[in-house]
Design a protein around this ligand. Structure first.
Ligand SMILES: Nc1ncnc2c1ncn2[C@@H]1O[C@H](COP(=O)(O)OP(=O)(O)O)[C@@H](O)[C@H]1O
Ligand SMILES: [Mg+2]
Length: 301
């Protein structure tokens, strides 16, 4: 089973979509087969990777309502190790349609197991809310990556997100971990950025990635060309920062990857694999710090 990393923060504009696209592209660039899954009705991730809605036959919407299997919504990209399941504005309706379903928080996790075997990583771009779509993503995920903008009020609302993660762990997905907290849009010239970084590190301790994503105009330009920064301008600071993030994540997940590959699971080995997802298939508890005593530890994640 590939590792599912949900990129979540109910605040808009903190760098979720930018991180999803560029992390997925960077993991793919290191030849790890990666699926980028857009579950935000705004579909910024979908357009940012260069997909027009006319070229999309099936999106995550059709997958969630059970019209097509996840594999049929997959679209390949110009990067050999990167595939996408796109989103569509009609996903707004799915959230309402899902409300009456049994186990409505588990719909995504029930749809993913077959396809997860084909990938090393599935990166999920969540919407800016803690609604049913984000809950489904957290329930289907092994870990959550939390982008935090190095700006005023950076920590505002994070208690609510951590509480949601805690509830998901208690009731829906006991294995859910925090992959890391990612500082985004960091401006080295601003004292404020450094202050925010310090505050975030004080709160989250070792859960904060060493890699910091700097403010970089190439990262904001690239989506309008339908490309990850790596393909738009590989030498840009933004592309390099996300490459460094991918390396950091790969390092944290070495054990998982070894196990994953030992099980012979990759994109060439998908024949007839349709058992249910096994909780606990991924066990990388060693990547968590046990000794740190930051306020976030109250959530025992
Ligand atoms: N590191 C960065 N440097 C410059 N602009 C960025 C950076 N990260 C994100 N942006 C821009 O900030 C805006 C919000 O980012 P986005 O990734 O869409 O956030 P979210 O998905 O959380 O709403 C977008 O216009 C994006 O291009
Ligand atoms: Mg977004």
């Amino acid at each position: 089973m590939g590792k599912v990393i949900a990129i979540a923060n109910q605040k808009g504009g903190v760098g979720k979509t930018t991180s999803a696209i560029n992390l997925a592209a960077s993991l793919a660039a290191t030849e790890h087969s990666t699926l980028l899954l857009d579950i935000d009705p705004q579909a910024n991730c979908t357009s940012g990777i260069g997909l027009e809605s006319e070229e999309i036959d099936a999106s995550i919407y059709e997958v969630l309502i059970g019209e097509v299997p996840a594999s049929e919504a997959v679209i390949t990209t110009e990067m050999p190790f990167l595939d996408v399941i796109p989103s569509h504005i009609n996903l707004v309706g799915a959230e309402i349609e899902m409300i009456d379903e049994m186990q409505r928080e588990k719909i995504l996790s029930n749809r993913l197991p077959r396809i997860r075997r084909k990938y090393d990583f599935v990166v999920v771009d969540c919407p800016p809310s803690l609604g049913l779509l984000t809950l489904n993503s957290l329930t289907a995920a092994n870990s959550v990556l939390i982008p935090v903008q190095a700006e005023y009020f950076a920590l505002e609302g994070l208690g609510q997100l951590l509480n949601t993660i805690k509830i998901v762990r208690q009731h829906l997905n006991p294995e859910l971990e925090i992959e890391g907290v990612l500082l985004t849009m960091f401006d080295t010239r601003l004292r404020l950025s450094n202050q925010v970084a310090q505050e975030v590190r004080r709160y989250f301790g070792e859960k904060v990635f060493e890699t910091i994503i700097q403010r970089n105009v190439r990262l904001s330009e690239a989506p309008s060309f339908g490309k990850p920064a790596l393909l738009y301008e590989a030498s840009s600071k933004g592309a390099k920062n996300y490459m460094a993030l991918a390396r950091e994540i790969l390092e944290h997940n070495q054990e998982f990857l070894e196990q994953h590959h030992a099980n012979g699971e990759d994109r060439t080995d998908d024949a007839g694999a349709d058992e249910e997802d096994e909780a606990g298939a991924i066990d990388n508890e060693s990547s968590e710090s046990e000794e740190s005593t930051t306020p976030a530890d109250d959530f025992s994640l």
